[in-house]
Design a protein around this ligand. Structure first.
Ligand SMILES: Cc1cc2nc3c(=O)[nH]c(=O)nc-3n(C[C@H](O)[C@H](O)[C@H](O)COP(=O)(O)O)c2cc1C
Ligand code: SF4
Ligand code: SF4
Length: 255
């Protein structure tokens, strides 16, 4: 059994390579029974500011995993900032003893810093990284990806710059332009159910935005823009192996 959270498909692509029993975290988040039992249980998600998304953190705090082998994989695009160690601390604070934590370098979907057209062209040797992780998990390797002092310093430097708490960070940052055709895709790919279609236009009504950027990347019109400068407002990203339907299936919170 593998749990995943994904905005643009990277983490779902990894999850699909590691297990056949896939469970989307946004889809089970609100279940009354969050006890899960399996021979091995994994969690795959992106890092946001080197850490797991807030929804994943909340899920890990609420869920109970009955397994002999718990592992976590963090996908990232540029700088992991000690993500494995941060994840280990998170898991331990949830009473989970991880057997294995690893990281996978993939396309970076963070629009303020990266041009998606460039990211799509980079060869980050994703399949080689996943193959090594799959072999580790199948042999039930116990291992935590090592973290250096430079990684820890990068995270501290990031924290010092981020004065707004994560839950507040992504409020009022979207601008829907006249290019919107009212297709409703943004409302369906949002894992936190933040968008509602009103009079044919999306209205941001959320309180739990994860900052995942799924809505921005999935808009066929590129009509959702960040209010902060973007590297290339004309370029958007979805993992080449993952369909829009899979992102919707993973994330849709409303009827
Ligand atoms: C808000 C936000 C913050 C991010 N922070 C980091 C980061 O600190 N370091 C990094 O290397 N990548 C960062 N990324 C990139 C994603 O972690 C990476 O592209 C990930 O593979 C996306 O996974 P997904 O396609 O499953 O959503 C960030 C992306 C977003 C949207
Ligand atoms: S996905 Fe884009 S075009 Fe479709 S409703 Fe949302 S903002 Fe409008
Ligand atoms: S509003 Fe957009 S960025 Fe925020 S959680 Fe929803 S899809 Fe992600």
């Amino acid at each position: 059994m593998i749990f995943y959270f994904t905005a643009t498909g990277n983490s779902l692509y990894v999850a699909k390579q590691l297990d056949n029993h896939l469970v989307s975290i946004p889809q089970v988040m609100d279940n009354s029974d969050l006890t899960f039992r399996d021979d091995r249980i994994g969690v795959v998600c992106p890092v946001f500011g080197h850490e797991a998304p807030l929804m994943v953190q909340e899920f890990l705090h609420k869920a109970v995993f009955e397994t002999d082998y718990f592992y976590m994989i963090l996908t990232y695009g540029n700088r992991h900032g000690g993500a494995a160690e941060l994840a280990q601390k998170l898991l331990e604070s949830c009473g989970i003893q991880p057997a294995y934590i690893n990281i996978v370098l993939m396309a970076d979907n963070f629009l303020p810093a990266f041009d998606m057209d460039e990211q799509k062209e980079l060869n980050k040797h994703v399949d080689e990284q996943i193959a090594a992780i799959r072999a580790d998990i199948e042999s039930r390797r116990h291992w935590i990806s090592p973290v250096t002092d430079a990684d820890r310093a990068a995270h501290q430097e990031f924290l010092a710059r981020s004065t707004t708490p994560p839950a507040e960070r992504w409020k009022d940052i979207y601008n829907v332009t006249d290019a919107c055709i009212g297709c409703g895709i943004c409302t369906k790919v949002c894992p936190a159910g933040c968008w509602a279609l009103k009079n044919g236009k999306p209205v941001y009504e959320g309180t739990m935005c994860q900052g995942c950027m799924a809505c921005i990347h999935a808009c066929p019109q590129k009509a959702i823009q960040l209010r902060m400068p973007e590297k290339n407002p004309k370029a958007r990203y979805r993992n080449e192996h993952i369909t829009l339907a899979e992102i919707i299936q993973a994330n849709q919170r409303i009827g």
